[in-house]
Design a binder for this molecule. Structure first.
Ligand code: FRU
Length: 459
């Protein structure tokens, strides 16, 4: 079955999970990622590496970090990459020791450094590793302590890590400071979780947007974020919101580029023959003016657009809109705009063979539904001015609602096996207009696409 995504980044073969060390440097976006080069399964975690000029086309590079093996380093867990004060590229990562075989990596973690050449290609681990150990926290024992995320703060570096403190059944984000990336001081808890926010947290990202600070964490469940302020070493937070409602999207990381854009990507938990995991489409984030984030796939993706069709209809009660419309493909983008009084159900159904997969916004129950997943709608979402952007890439689908919310999902194998999909617009209720733009998207590798337009339709 050909389920391998065509325009999402994946390693040359085998396993990937979290994006790591995402950095924009010398005009180039670097992506490192949790990688098992031996099997399409999690294990023996290395850091894979790729780079890109446009966040769309990627060049694979040699593996950046491999676990040393032996007792001390069984895996190189997630982390980040920065350019040190002396100009040397530096990776901070979590090292997991051998005894974690018994304790499942929840213990025997410490934080290590590696230095790279100017091109970020060849890496050498710092002889003085580890640079941060559990002993830094006084007597406090930590579990699931990992995933460094570092940024520059004046002449110092700050770092966050997640960890579960002894006696607590939830994760917290811990804050550290260093003048040189080598000597670290623990500054306390930046943000404390609670049991309603997951039994633990992973992969913290903490960054400034305008006058706000945004904290993103992966709580063994859909990724959440909170917009707030950094005051006296604490994240004074606004409400938690969901960054992506899908269970297949996880473990984010960020690039901040020379245009000042903040870009976020995560791991998509899709898998097929000989491959497992891909990178989500990179998303530009901003403040939405209502205490949340705007979330939109990066503009560079428009460069993949090929054949284009537009369907425009007037919607009126009792008239089935788009009755004869069906587009087809397995590698497409749809941009749908609706201006409907009392719209009820707006979205699409993918059909292939006997299999069906519907995703739509239901304004009566105020939910987004995608296959069997459901997510509540934000109060601002209104059918009178409503937009859906959808990216279908073989077994992966990413849905963006009004540029504010996202849902990533993996399509059911029965459907994927029978691709290409007929993509059928669903519009029920309402009076007004609906406009769909549809593009076949070019792949970023070499395999041919099987997209076409089976039937076009005017209003
Ligand atoms: C998140 C995560 C991280 C960890 C890495 C291990 O998916 O569990 O917390 O560093 O993956 O591969």
């Amino acid at each position: 079955m050909n389920d391998r995504p065509r325009y999402h980044f994946l390693p040359p073969a085998n396993w990937m999970n979290d994006p790591n060390g995402t950095i924009f440097h010398d005009g180039t976006f670097h992506l490192f990622y949790q990688h098992n080069p031996h099997r399409p399964r999690w294990g023996s975690i290395h850091w894979g590496h790729a780079r890109s000029r446009d966040l769309v086309h990627w060049e694979h590079l040699p593996i950046a970090l491999a676990p040393d093996g032996g007792m001390r380093e069984r895996h190189c867990f997630s982390g980040c990459c920065v350019i040190a004060g002396d100009g040397r590229p530096a990776i901070l990562y979590t090292r997991i020791g051998l005894r974690s075989l018994l304790s499942r990596a929840s213990r025997w973690a410490d934080q290590c450094l590696a230095f790279g050449d100017p091109g970020l290609i060849a890496w050498r681990k710092h002889a003085g590793n580890p640079v941060v150990t559990e002993a830094l926290h006084g007597g406090t024992r930590l579990r699931h302590w990992r995933d460094p995320y570092v940024w520059k703060d004046g002449s110092d570096w700050r770092m966050v890590l997640v960890g579960q403190r002894a006696g607590e059944k939830f994760g917290s984000v811990l804050l550290y400071r260093s003048p040189d990336l080598l000597a670290w001081r623990y500054e306390g808890v930046l943000c404390r979780g609670d049991e309603s926010l997951g039994k633990g947290w992973e992969c913290p990202n903490y960054f400034r947007l305008g006058d706000r600070w945004v904290l993103i964490v992966s709580p063994y469940a859909p990724v959440i974020y909170s917009v707030g302020e950094l005051r006296e070493g604490r994240h004074q937070r606004g409400p938690w919101r969901t960054f992506d409602h899908g269970r297949s999207f996880y473990a984010t990381n960020t690039w901040i580029d020379d245009r000042g854009r903040t870009l976020v990507a995560g791991w998509v938990k899709a898998a097929g023959e000989g491959w497992a995991g891909c990178l989500s489409l990179p998303r530009e984030v901003g403040l939405d003016g209502a205490g949340g984030l705007s979330i939109a796939p990066v503009a560079e993706l428009e460069g993949l657009r090929r054949e284009h069709r537009r369907l425009e209809v007037r919607v009126a009660p009792g008239q089935p809109p788009f009755a004869a419309a069906s587009l087809s493909g397995d590698s497409v983008e749809i941009d749908a705009r609706y201006a409907l009084e009392a719209g009820e159900r707006l979205g699409f159904e993918l059909r292939a063979g006997q299999a069906r997969y519907a995703f739509y916004v239901d304004f009566r129950s105020r939910t987004l539904q995608a296959g069997s997943a459901r997510a509540p709608l934000r109060p601002e979402t209104d059918s009178r001015a409503f937009g859906l952007r959808v990216f279908v890439d073989r077994c992966v689908i990413e849905i963006f609602i009004d540029g504010r919310e996202a849902m990533t999902a993996v399509l059911p194998p029965r459907l994927v096996g029978a691709a290409p999909y007929a993509i059928v617009p669903l519009v029920s209720g309402g009076r007004g207009t609906a406009r769909l733009d549809w593009w076949r998207l070019e792949g970023i590798g070499s395999s041919p696409s099987s997209s076409s337009i089976s039937e076009a339709h005017g209003g």
